[in-house]
Design a binder for this molecule. Structure first.
Ligand SMILES: Cc1cc2nc3c(=O)[nH]c(=O)nc-3n(C[C@H](O)[C@H](O)[C@H](O)COP(=O)(O)O)c2cc1C
Length: 179
Protein backbone atom coordinates (compact mmCIF):
# COMPACT_ATOMS: atom_id res chain seq x y z
CA UNK A 1 0.00 0.00 0.00
CA UNK A 2 2.89 2.41 0.75
CA UNK A 3 4.29 1.75 -2.73
CA UNK A 4 0.97 2.74 -4.25
CA UNK A 5 0.81 5.90 -2.12
CA UNK A 6 4.30 6.87 -3.29
CA UNK A 7 3.21 6.41 -6.92
CA UNK A 8 0.03 8.40 -6.29
CA UNK A 9 2.05 11.19 -4.67
CA UNK A 10 4.35 11.52 -7.67
CA UNK A 11 1.50 11.26 -10.18
CA UNK A 12 -0.47 13.93 -8.36
CA UNK A 13 2.54 16.27 -8.51
CA UNK A 14 2.98 15.55 -12.23
CA UNK A 15 -0.67 16.44 -12.85
CA UNK A 16 0.29 19.90 -11.61
CA UNK A 17 2.05 20.67 -14.86
CA UNK A 18 0.35 18.13 -17.15
CA UNK A 19 -3.30 18.95 -16.40
CA UNK A 20 -4.66 22.41 -17.00
CA UNK A 21 -6.04 24.11 -13.87
CA UNK A 22 -4.87 21.34 -11.55
CA UNK A 23 -4.38 22.81 -8.04
CA UNK A 24 -0.84 21.42 -7.86
CA UNK A 25 0.23 23.80 -10.61
CA UNK A 26 0.80 26.52 -8.01
CA UNK A 27 2.72 25.18 -5.00
CA UNK A 28 4.20 27.30 -2.21
CA UNK A 29 7.97 27.37 -2.29
CA UNK A 30 9.77 27.88 1.01
CA UNK A 31 13.32 29.14 1.54
CA UNK A 32 15.30 30.54 4.47
CA UNK A 33 16.51 34.12 4.94
CA UNK A 34 18.47 34.89 8.12
CA UNK A 35 17.04 31.77 9.78
CA UNK A 36 13.49 32.90 9.04
CA UNK A 37 11.14 31.06 6.63
CA UNK A 38 10.09 32.83 3.42
CA UNK A 39 7.32 31.50 1.15
CA UNK A 40 5.94 32.41 -2.24
CA UNK A 41 3.66 30.87 -4.88
CA UNK A 42 5.39 29.50 -7.98
CA UNK A 43 4.39 27.58 -11.10
CA UNK A 44 5.58 23.99 -11.28
CA UNK A 45 6.83 23.54 -14.86
CA UNK A 46 8.22 20.03 -15.19
CA UNK A 47 9.91 17.10 -13.49
CA UNK A 48 12.92 15.06 -14.59
CA UNK A 49 13.31 11.27 -14.81
CA UNK A 50 14.71 11.37 -11.25
CA UNK A 51 11.66 13.35 -10.12
CA UNK A 52 13.59 16.60 -9.67
CA UNK A 53 11.12 19.46 -9.84
CA UNK A 54 11.60 22.30 -12.29
CA UNK A 55 10.48 25.90 -11.82
CA UNK A 56 11.39 29.19 -13.50
CA UNK A 57 12.40 32.44 -11.87
CA UNK A 58 14.26 35.74 -12.33
CA UNK A 59 17.91 35.36 -11.27
CA UNK A 60 17.68 38.74 -9.49
CA UNK A 61 14.81 37.72 -7.19
CA UNK A 62 15.43 37.39 -3.45
CA UNK A 63 14.98 33.62 -3.46
CA UNK A 64 18.18 33.22 -5.53
CA UNK A 65 20.37 34.71 -2.84
CA UNK A 66 18.46 32.71 -0.21
CA UNK A 67 19.08 29.40 -1.99
CA UNK A 68 22.73 30.31 -2.66
CA UNK A 69 23.19 30.87 1.06
CA UNK A 70 21.05 27.91 2.13
CA UNK A 71 19.91 25.40 -0.52
CA UNK A 72 17.29 23.82 1.75
CA UNK A 73 13.90 24.18 0.10
CA UNK A 74 10.33 23.06 0.65
CA UNK A 75 7.47 22.79 -1.84
CA UNK A 76 3.93 22.52 -0.51
CA UNK A 77 1.00 21.36 -2.67
CA UNK A 78 -2.66 21.22 -1.71
CA UNK A 79 -5.64 19.78 -3.59
CA UNK A 80 -8.80 21.07 -1.92
CA UNK A 81 -11.06 18.66 -3.80
CA UNK A 82 -9.19 15.60 -2.49
CA UNK A 83 -8.10 17.22 0.82
CA UNK A 84 -4.66 16.03 -0.20
CA UNK A 85 -1.45 17.73 0.89
CA UNK A 86 1.98 16.84 -0.46
CA UNK A 87 5.18 18.25 0.99
CA UNK A 88 8.51 17.86 -0.78
CA UNK A 89 11.76 18.90 0.85
CA UNK A 90 15.26 18.88 -0.56
CA UNK A 91 18.09 20.96 -1.96
CA UNK A 92 17.59 23.64 -4.59
CA UNK A 93 19.91 23.85 -7.59
CA UNK A 94 20.14 27.09 -9.57
CA UNK A 95 20.77 26.59 -13.28
CA UNK A 96 21.83 29.60 -15.36
CA UNK A 97 23.51 27.96 -18.36
CA UNK A 98 23.79 24.72 -20.29
CA UNK A 99 21.59 22.49 -22.39
CA UNK A 100 18.62 22.25 -20.01
CA UNK A 101 18.72 25.99 -19.41
CA UNK A 102 18.64 26.77 -23.15
CA UNK A 103 15.97 24.14 -23.75
CA UNK A 104 13.57 25.51 -21.11
CA UNK A 105 14.24 29.15 -22.05
CA UNK A 106 13.31 28.31 -25.65
CA UNK A 107 9.91 27.14 -24.35
CA UNK A 108 9.21 30.57 -22.83
CA UNK A 109 7.47 32.34 -25.67
CA UNK A 110 6.09 35.80 -26.40
CA UNK A 111 4.55 37.68 -23.51
CA UNK A 112 5.77 35.13 -20.96
CA UNK A 113 9.32 36.33 -21.64
CA UNK A 114 8.38 39.70 -20.15
CA UNK A 115 8.63 38.20 -16.66
CA UNK A 116 12.37 37.81 -17.15
CA UNK A 117 13.35 41.01 -18.97
CA UNK A 118 12.27 43.84 -16.67
CA UNK A 119 14.74 46.71 -16.34
CA UNK A 120 14.45 46.66 -12.59
CA UNK A 121 15.02 43.62 -10.41
CA UNK A 122 11.94 41.95 -8.88
CA UNK A 123 11.04 43.66 -5.60
CA UNK A 124 12.40 47.08 -6.63
CA UNK A 125 10.01 49.85 -5.45
CA UNK A 126 8.14 51.54 -8.35
CA UNK A 127 5.67 54.47 -8.48
CA UNK A 128 3.05 52.83 -10.67
CA UNK A 129 2.41 49.20 -11.84
CA UNK A 130 1.92 50.55 -15.39
CA UNK A 131 5.44 51.93 -15.48
CA UNK A 132 7.48 48.73 -15.73
CA UNK A 133 10.23 48.97 -18.33
CA UNK A 134 11.70 46.09 -20.28
CA UNK A 135 15.09 45.21 -21.72
CA UNK A 136 15.43 44.19 -25.35
CA UNK A 137 18.82 42.55 -25.45
CA UNK A 138 19.11 40.65 -22.18
CA UNK A 139 17.11 38.34 -19.94
CA UNK A 140 17.39 37.13 -16.34
CA UNK A 141 15.83 33.71 -16.70
CA UNK A 142 16.95 31.11 -14.15
CA UNK A 143 15.93 27.48 -13.69
CA UNK A 144 15.18 26.19 -10.21
CA UNK A 145 15.65 22.45 -9.80
CA UNK A 146 14.52 20.96 -6.50
CA UNK A 147 16.30 17.67 -5.75
CA UNK A 148 13.99 15.89 -3.28
CA UNK A 149 15.27 14.31 -0.07
CA UNK A 150 11.95 13.65 1.62
CA UNK A 151 8.29 13.60 0.61
CA UNK A 152 5.17 13.48 2.70
CA UNK A 153 1.61 12.56 1.77
CA UNK A 154 -1.40 13.54 3.89
CA UNK A 155 -4.96 12.77 2.83
CA UNK A 156 -7.81 13.69 5.13
CA UNK A 157 -10.61 11.18 4.80
CA UNK A 158 -13.02 9.11 6.90
CA UNK A 159 -12.69 6.78 8.69
CA UNK A 160 -8.91 7.12 8.63
CA UNK A 161 -6.68 9.93 7.51
CA UNK A 162 -3.58 8.73 5.68
CA UNK A 163 -0.18 10.23 6.38
CA UNK A 164 3.01 8.71 5.04
CA UNK A 165 6.62 9.82 4.73
CA UNK A 166 9.26 8.77 2.21
CA UNK A 167 12.97 9.51 2.65
CA UNK A 168 15.79 9.27 0.14
CA UNK A 169 18.17 8.01 2.89
CA UNK A 170 15.81 5.03 3.26
CA UNK A 171 15.76 4.42 -0.50
CA UNK A 172 12.32 6.05 -0.59
CA UNK A 173 10.84 3.25 1.50
CA UNK A 174 7.65 4.58 3.08
CA UNK A 175 6.54 4.91 6.68
CA UNK A 176 3.00 5.61 7.86
CA UNK A 177 2.72 8.38 10.45
CA UNK A 178 0.03 9.19 12.92
CA UNK A 179 -1.81 12.00 11.14
C1 LIG B 1 -0.08 32.52 -9.39
C2 LIG B 1 1.37 32.93 -9.17
C3 LIG B 1 2.37 32.25 -9.84
C4 LIG B 1 3.69 32.64 -9.68
N1 LIG B 1 4.67 31.94 -10.32
C5 LIG B 1 5.97 32.26 -10.14
C6 LIG B 1 7.02 31.49 -10.74
O1 LIG B 1 6.78 30.49 -11.43
N2 LIG B 1 8.30 31.88 -10.51
C7 LIG B 1 8.60 32.95 -9.73
O2 LIG B 1 9.78 33.24 -9.57
N3 LIG B 1 7.65 33.71 -9.15
C8 LIG B 1 6.33 33.38 -9.34
N4 LIG B 1 5.35 34.13 -8.74
C9 LIG B 1 5.74 35.30 -7.95
C10 LIG B 1 6.26 34.85 -6.59
O3 LIG B 1 5.16 34.45 -5.77
C11 LIG B 1 7.08 35.94 -5.89
O4 LIG B 1 6.29 37.07 -5.65
C12 LIG B 1 8.31 36.34 -6.70
O5 LIG B 1 8.94 35.21 -7.27
C13 LIG B 1 9.33 37.08 -5.83
O6 LIG B 1 9.70 36.22 -4.78
P1 LIG B 1 11.03 36.43 -3.93
O7 LIG B 1 11.20 37.93 -3.77
O8 LIG B 1 10.76 35.75 -2.63
O9 LIG B 1 12.17 35.80 -4.66
C14 LIG B 1 4.02 33.74 -8.85
C15 LIG B 1 3.01 34.39 -8.18
C16 LIG B 1 1.70 34.01 -8.33
C17 LIG B 1 0.62 34.76 -7.58
Amino acid sequence: MLDQIFKDLKNEVKFGYLKKKHPYRYPSLGSIEDQKPVQRTVVLRDSTDQFELIMYTDERSDKIHQFETNPNASLLFYNHKKLLQVKIEGKMQLIRSGKDFENYWSRVQGKSQKDFITQQAPGTPIDNPDHVEYKEDEHHFCLLKLVPESMEYLELKRPNHIRARFDKVNNWEGQFLNP
